[in-house]
Structure formats: structure tokens, C-alpha cells
Design a protein around this ligand. Structure first.
Ligand code: ADP
Length: 207
């Protein structure tokens, strides 16, 4: 059985991480793709569903899970905890799925240390003006929060060079094409094909 690849995807809030991942599923562009649903202690926002956007847990529960070494990585951001379940990731990888973790640069650094063959993608907005427009249009944040997110975007983007791939999310269709090509090219690596096409290679080499 061949295992999948863990992909990290990072971008400033509002760039389009969730939109792109949703589109990959909706358009059924590639099979065997999964997104890891994180656990969080932040409160649920309008339109969010437990188990779909996040698993919403209390701080007490989260701290207990840390003690039990439940997380592959976790971080405290703006006074709330966010974490990735070891179990979910392992399960999908062992089933041959490529699994996506939507995490920030700090989480990405932790994952790279733990899973050396993970791949990371940084998503860039086409401009600051467009990022601001997307945050406003999304309608989730107050003006003050948007201002904070715009400021944080600069420090997030300054980590772009730590990533294996850069995708600019200008036109959604182009960004989707780029993202799919990264996943596809990764699946065509010799080290991966060697496992997946083991029987074919054996037969072809059998004189
Ligand atoms: P993130 O998950 O990175 O915080 P979202 O996926 O919530 O960002 O996207 C933020 C907003 O930008 C949403 O309203 C979404 O519909 C919009 N959006 C995402 N990608 C594009 C794109 N390529 N062109 C125009 N709007 C986009």
C-alpha cells in the first residue's frame, strides 16, 4: 500500500485557502484528497459547522488533549488554541490520500520538523488592495479586525521563502489549475510511482 503526501497550505486570512480547497472537492478535479479539520477553542462563527470547519472544543478539553499527545502540532493564536489531530492525518495518509493542513507559518515550521517529506504551498493574494476587498466582501470581520488581519498579512507573507511552492490566487480558475498541477506532479514522483506501479514495473522487468 502506498501512502499519500501531507500538504501544508498557508496564506494571509482572506487570500482564498478555504475557497480553493472547497473548489478542489466540488469540481472533483482529483481523487483521494482530504482536508484535515482542525480542533479549536475559538467560538463558532456564523455559518460554521462543528466537524466541518473545525472541531470546536473548550480550553479545558484542548489542554487535556495536549497532555494525551493527541496533536501533531498545535498553536495559540489570538488567545485561542488550534491543533491538528495525529490520528486523522495518519489515517488518511495510510489510505493513500493526500491530506491538506491549512495552517499558519508557525504550524508549517513545526510540521516540517516532524514530517520531513511533507510539501508546503504558500498562497499569495494578487495585491494588498484585493486582499482588503476580499476580507470586506467576506463580511465576517469588523473594520478593526480587518485592519489587524492586513497588518498580520505582511508578517505572514514574509515567510513565503520557507515553502516549496508559491501560488498566486488572482483568477480562481488559474489558481485551481496551479494547485492541481502541484498535487499531480507530486503523485508522479518516482519514489511514489515505484510503490503505486510496483506490479507493472515488476512485470515489465520480468524477461
Ligand atoms: P481564507 O480561507 O484564506 O481566509 P476565504 O477562502 O475565506 O479565505 O476567501 C476570502 C474571500 O475571498 C471569500 O469571500 C472568497 O469568496 C473570496 N475569494 C477567494 N478566492 C477568490 C478569487 N480568486 N477571486 C475573487 N474572490 C476570491
Amino acid at each position: 500500500m502506498y501512502t499519500g503526501t501531507l500538504f501544508i497550505i498557508s496564506a494571509p486570512s482572506g487570500t482564498g485557502k478555504s475557497t480553493l480547497m472547497q473548489q478542489i472537492f466540488k469540481k472533483k478535479i482529483l481523487n483521494k484528497i482530504a482536508v484535515s479539520v482542525s480542533h479549536t477553542t475559538r467560538s463558532m462563527r456564523k455559518g460554521e459547522k462543528d466537524g466541518e470547519h473545525y472541531y470546536f472544543v473548550s480550553k479545558k478539553e484542548f489542554k487535556n488533549m495536549i497532555k494525551k499527545k493527541y496533536f501533531l502540532e498545535y498553536a495559540k493564536i489570538f488567545n485561542n488554541y488550534y491543533g491538528t489531530s495525529k490520528l486523522i492525518v495518519k489515517k488518511f495518509l495510510s489510505l493513500g490520500f493526500d491530506i491538506f493542513l491549512i495552517i499558519n507559518w508557525e504550524g508549517a515550521q513545526n510540521i516540517r520538523k516532524r514530517i520531513s517529506n511533507s510539501k508546503s504551498i504558500f498562497l499569495l493574494p494578487p495585491s494588498k488592495k484585493e486582499l482588503h476587498r476580499r476580507l470586506q466582501n467576506r463580511g465576517q470581520d469588523s473594520d478593526l479586525v480587518i485592519k489587524k488581519r492586513m497588518k498580520k498579512a505582511v508578517s505572514e507573507i514574509s515567510h513565503y521563502h520557507e515553502y516549496d511552492y508559491i501560488v498566486v490566487n488572482n483568477k480562481l480558475k488559474t489558481a485551481l489549475f496551479d494547485l492541481s498541477n502541484i498535487i499531480l506532479a507530486n503523485r508522479l514522483r518516482t519514489s511514489y510511482q515505484k510503490q503505486k506501479k510496483n506490479n507493472l514495473i515488476k512485470k515489465l522487468l520480468n524477461c
